[in-house]
Design a protein around this ligand. Structure first.
Ligand code: CTP
Ligand code: MG
Length: 222
């Protein structure tokens, strides 16, 4: 059984205004678009959506059109705490847990399939894009060292984990790490994570220009 946890408890401070996951993209909130991709995927059994504690009823109301069983649970102050709250709601008969940001509504079914397949084989897998820009350290407004980009990846989601490994990783990480993704947790238990190549559409909507881009993409698709 494959469950997906969708962390959607952030405040969207870099975008400002209404938390981005609740904003309308076309005719529906961004969160619903994201949840629907998993709802329609044949290998996914159920969804756990992690929402801001103050807005759980609102989030619940946005998701009533989903066909698969879903739960809405209260998130925490950091993404890691929100994912942990989501994991508590996942049944222990689950074999694989996917974690996917609510703020990535353009995730494709093909990527979800690849992450599930790689997780089955390797125990853990995550979507990433090889870095194509030149990467350099900067300090106080000036560049310092250049980093070789050959071995660098920009992480995306979904990230997939065997249920037991994720439980174990969260136990080890308790009180230690404030990771911005869940691959970081695997380091605590020495578990390798397989790379699944992503695509350029699977952007995490973060800034005003991302939001404007997302609206344009959505209009073209509609
Ligand atoms: N998230 C969460 N709980 C938090 C923080 C973030 O569930 N305490 C979720 C967000 O809702 C989002 C995903 O994690 O779907 C990725 O986080 P990010 O893009 O950083 O979203 P926000 O934290 O909401 O935005 P910002 O950092 O600009 O405030
Ligand atoms: Mg954030």
């Amino acid at each position: 059984m494959v469950a997906v946890i969708i962390p959607a408890a952030g405040s969207g401070s870099r975008l400002g205004g209404l938390p981005k996951q609740m904003r309308l993209l076309g005719d529906a909130p961004m969160l619903l678009h994201t949840a629907q991709v998993f709802d329609r995927h044949p290998a996914v059994s159920c969804l756990v959506v992690v929402g801001p504690p103050k807005n759980l009823d609102l989030i619940e109301g946005m998701l009533t059109s989903l066909k698969k069983p879903y739960q809405v649970v209260a998130g925490g102050a950091t993404r890691q705490k929100s994912v942990q709250a989501g994991l508590k709601a996942v049944s222990d008969s689950t074999s694989i847990v996917l974690i996917h940001d609510a703020a990535r509504p353009f995730v494709s079914a093909q990527i979800i399939t690849k992450v599930i397949e790689s997780t089955e084989i390797a125990g853990a897998a995550a979507v990433a894009m090889p870095v194509t820009d030149t990467v350099r350290y900067g300090e106080e407004g000036s560049f310092t060292n250049t980093i070789s980009r050959d071995e660098l990846y920009a992480m995306q989601t979904p990230q997939g984990f065997k249920y037991d490994l994720l439980q174990q990783a969260f136990c080890q990480a308790e009180g230690v790490s404030q990771a911005t993704d869940d691959v970081a947790l695997m380091g605590h238990i020495g578990q390798p994570v397989r790379i699944v190549e992503g695509d350029r559409w699977n952007v995490k909507i973060t800034t005003q220009s991302d939001w404007e881009w997302a609206q344009q993409v959505w209009e073209k698709r509609a």
